[in-house]
Design a protein around this ligand. Sequence first.
Ligand SMILES: Cc1cc2nc3c(=O)[nH]c(=O)nc-3n(C[C@H](O)[C@H](O)[C@H](O)COP(=O)(O)OP(=O)(O)OC[C@H]3O[C@@H](n4cnc5c(N)ncnc54)[C@H](O)[C@@H]3O)c2cc1C
Length: 549
Amino acid sequence: MAEIEREAMEYDVVIVGAGPAGLSAAIRLKQLDADLNVVVLEKGSEVGAHILSGAVLDPVGLTALIPDWKEKGAPLNTPVIEDNFLMLGEGGKIRVPNWPMPPLMNNHGNYIVSMANVCRWMAEQAEEMGIEIFPGMSCSELVYGDNGEVKGVVAGEFGKNPDGTPGPSYEPGMELHGKYVFLSEGARGSLSKEVIAKYDLSKGHCPQKFGLGMKEIWEIDPAKHKLGSVTHTMGWPLGSNAGGGSFIYHLENNQVYIGFVVHLNYENPYLFPYMEFQRFKHHPMIAELLEGGKRVAYGARAITEGGWQSMPKMVAPGVALLGCSVGMVNVPRIKGNHNAMLSGKAAAEAAYEAIQAGRSADELTAYETEVRTGAIGQDLKKVRNVKPMWSKWGLLPSLAFGGLDMWTNTFGFSFFGTLKHGKSDAAATGEAKNFKPIDYPKPDGKISFDRLTNVSFSFTNHEESQPCHLQLKDPSIPLKVNLPKYAEPAQRYCPAGVYEVVEEEGKEPRFVINFQNCVHCKTCDIKDPSQNINWTTPQGGDGPNYPNM
Ligand SMILES: Cc1cc2nc3c(=O)[nH]c(=O)nc-3n(C[C@H](O)[C@H](O)[C@H](O)COP(=O)(O)OP(=O)(O)OC[C@H]3O[C@@H](n4cnc5c(N)ncnc54)[C@H](O)[C@@H]3O)c2cc1C
């Protein structure tokens, strides 16, 4: 294709992604200097459309940014009033008492929120301050300057034909240039991945680790609803097949968030994370809760789990990586939103200082120093050994030793030093010949659902006449390598049923990519054992349309 001519617009700071990290950065920049020119670009059809983390929010980040959020009407309406931690067996449960838990695990003072709605509210605050927010704009490419620095992004390219050539209503989009570009794309961001590779930012750090989080919103019988109740479970049904667990949060309007996370470093390629989630809901405790209720929404998203050891260098010339673009989730707390907000604030402060000093397009080292030595670093460092212990030793020893380590870290020391994460999640996948297929019960259509029915509750939509955004580096690998060696796990790890191996009698098997179903969780980019799938942005506005996840 011939070189595309695009108009360019100049900003002080260009921000990719209107999640908690990106919006916090925008708000802080304008608080510091109302004259700064700031733009936020979001691939979802509206702010919040791609935000999944129906969440227990530690308000520390929001308070640091907008101390009077309560008076300003932030949608933090449900304080946590009950905190349960359960170990599940197939038919029963054991309650782990709260008293041996280190203080950092306490949810007192936190809120059950819809993060999509919190982001919508933050966007309103930002727009009132004069920040330009453009939803429905995918940032599909980075623009580099003459000295190799990141100078901007390309956003808003629409109307390509499936083969990548310009279609009849082709729009080339624009280049948005900034003195600094902030990538706040969340877990496994596509531009962040490019920047990390180009500048070798992971050098000297452990590989990033991930989980796949799936979530449904249920409206349940009011008699069973306990506003403000938070429950986390471990154990059944995953057992020793994989790390992970569930969360059950009771929020307003008799709604409950039921979520399930599977650590993506599992070995058995026959594991089917989505079906583990569906099976989990048939535990007597959960089935009883959901009976008579209705599922109103479904979604899925990768969650970063590498924490302290896996955060790459987060600055390169002209660019800073914020929030879960580098992975700031505190894994035992399953919380990253507070750190995403704090990182946005820190990046904004560093950029403001730099711009005041007449700098541009260099490395915002002050941002990285603040992340590693400030509140975010302290939050993540205390829990740094929990995930590697779980991966190496399994659930029960990691509960005991992880608990001990979090306690001693509360007082500033650890018997274990800093344990390393092993291989990447893709490399952890074992060969099919060493494992047995897992027999999953068929969904009953009342409590458990098949994937495609559930995907319709994510309100996902992709314009079909565009190039497939799930690109295979080598199209032969799924059938030539992944199928014989790993029983092509894409058929199972994708929570939206995007990948299929179609086998018809008398015909060669076909690998089919139903990209229209993609919920943008990025699991394929992470878990494909051959690292052959590249998740790129489809055109803006496509993807899930989460109501109040
Ligand atoms: C199932 C699950 C449960 C969780 N539960 C909790 C919890 O209870 N509490 C908690 O604190 N944390 C929780 N987390 C973690 C939390 O979601 C993350 O830490 C947080 O979302 C990180 O914020 P972020 O702004 O970095 O990224 P995100 O929230 O992912 O936001 C990124 C935004 O950027 C947009 N974007 C990405 N790429 C582009 C692009 N190229 N162009 C334009 N736009 C783009 C996306 O559409 C999205 O809107 C959970 C995560 C999951 C998956």
